[in-house]
Design a protein around this ligand. Structure first.
Ligand SMILES: C[S@@+](CC[C@H](N)C(=O)[O-])C[C@H]1O[C@@H](n2cnc3c(N)ncnc32)[C@H](O)[C@@H]1O
Length: 173
């Protein structure tokens, strides 16, 4: 469970060097080598995932945080409403996708549902996503409702803008 640094307002990884080469365009290689920023690393550190933690990332963009979570042993479902972002994230995540512990889906936080029979996730995280940081309250309510449905009972949602994260209540909305 997440540790200190989060305010309440609101199997071990082995990356194969033999990952498939079909995503090996120059752009994808550049993307996959892009180091996570200090901002993203601090947020991922604060989540304190352990191997096997099931994480839903909302608004994954080019996949930097998702890849970092996989490196820490998490099982990650990363969504973004932008087809371009999902394509870029997939292109830069060949090694992590090859572990079988990362999946990208193009979906909005508001309309997102798990596939029938898919296991619920333990925690959700959204970094710099307007629908969840109060900028768009109505979209935020719909997003929180769909995230709640995707999480186990007691599952928790974290966004940035805290120290470094803050928790968003899943009991409202
Ligand atoms: C500012 S970028 C942040 C990307 C990444 N999370 C980061 O912190 O670097 C916001 C991303 O969230 C996605 N996004 C914005 N609103 C969304 C929504 N309602 N549902 C899903 N994705 C959303 C955008 O397409 C974009 O890729």
């Amino acid at each position: 469970m997440p540790r200190a640094g989060i305010s309440h307002e609101g199997h071990g990884t082995t990356l194969s060097p033999h990952a498939p080469r079909e995503h090996g365009t120059n752009a994808a290689i550049v993307e996959s080598m892009r180091p996570a920023s200090r901002r993203i690393l601090e947020c991922i550190d604060a989540l304190d995932v352990v191997p096997g933690t099931r994480v839903l990332e909302i608004g994954c963009g080019p996949g930097v945080a998702a890849r970092e979570l996989v490196r820490r042993g998490a099982q990650v479902l990363a969504i973004d409403r932008s087809a371009v972002a999902i394509r870029q994230a997939m292109a830069g995540s060949a090694l992590e996708l090859a572990t079988g512990r990362l999946r990208y889906v193009q979906a909005s936080a508001e309309a997102f549902t798990l596939a029938p029979g898919e296991r619920l996730l333990d925690i959700a995280v959204a970094l710099r996503v307007g629908a969840l940081d109060g900028r768009h309250p109505e979209a935020g309510l719909r997003a929180v409702a769909s995230i709640r449905r995707a999480l186990v009972p007691g599952g928790r949602l974290f966004i940035d803008g805290g120290d470094p994260l803050r928790e968003v209540s899943l009991t409202e909305g």
